[in-house]
Design a binder for this molecule. Structure first.
Ligand code: PGA
Length: 255
């Protein structure tokens, strides 16, 4: 089953706006479809959205978070623990998004700590990796992906590797309206599969889910989703428009 994840980033700016957006998505996606859908709002909206979900037993949309801290509790001002997320029925947690790597300075070491904490809390991490335009120009895609996979998945037990979702998110394609072509995304996704199987072995890594993210929308969704090897999409700006996001999900359902 394909997985389509909405990453709202730091939007919308009011609780009412968040409720309306989620409501509009939920209303159009009643019942269990052939695609798994998750929405990752900012932390502060999670309780309100959980309320909406609790009142709508038929709505199968899962909750996700955009980040979390690597410790369970304690003196870590401003941070959010994976246990708090689990308590709010969160299932997915994005880790290592390029905006956090670049703007907040998150290193592979930090991302690795977070990823293991997410797994430790029995939640599903969505690990974002991808190259810059410069790295692509220099033909370094494979090296960049390999370094990120090695470092971000360090010390993850083999038994848990298939719980990790990886999102191939070329940095030059994020929020630029310049998406990666379906073929190039497929090449990178196959390359990620190969690297993961080289590190962790072929057995037990076959079912790892790998998504594409970067200016995905209803016009290009099919280019990625029709490849069996691409297991879904991580959608940023297009997920802020309920109609557009639902169109993407419907494309996934129609395949
Ligand atoms: P975008 O963002 O769809 O706006 O390019 C994707 C992401 O950052 O996950």
């Amino acid at each position: 089953m394909k997985l389509i994840v909405a990453n709202w980033k730091m939007n919308p700016t009011s609780r009412n706006g968040a409720r309306q957006l989620f409501d509009a998505i939920g209303r159009r996606l009643k019942g269990r479809g052939r695609v798994e859908v998750a929405v990752c709002p900012p932390f502060v909206y999670l309780p309100s959205i959980l309320d909406i979900l609790s009142g709508r037993k038929k709505c199968q949309v899962k909750l996700g978070a955009q980040d979390c801290f690597w410790e369970e509790k304690g003196a870590f001002t401003g941070e959010i623990s994976p246990l708090m997320l689990r308590d709010l029925k969160v299932k997915y947690v994005i880790v290592g998004h390029s905006e956090r790597r670049k703007l907040i300075g998150e290193t592979d070491e930090i991302i690795n700590e977070k990823l293991r904490a997410v797994l430790g809390a029995n939640l599903t991490p969505i690990l974002c990796i991808g190259e810059t335009a410069e790295e692509r120009k220099k033909g370094k895609i494979f090296q960049v992906l390999e370094k990120e996979i090695r470092e971000d998945l360090k010390k993850v037990p083999k038994s848990k590797i298939e719980k990790v979702v990886i999102a191939y998110e070329p940095i030059w394609a994020i929020g630029t309206n310049n998406p990666c072509s379906g073929d190039d995304a497929l090449t990178a996704v196959l390359c990620i599969r190969k690297i993961v199987s080289q590190i962790f072995g072929k057995k037990g890594t076959r079912n790892i889910r790998i998504l594409y993210g970067g200016s995905a929308n209803s016009k290009n969704a099919q280019d990625y989703l029709f490849h069996d090897s691409i297991n879904g999409l991580l959608v940023g700006s297009a997920s802020l428009d309920a109609g557009e996001f639902v169109r993407i999900v419907k494309i996934g359902q129609s395949l």
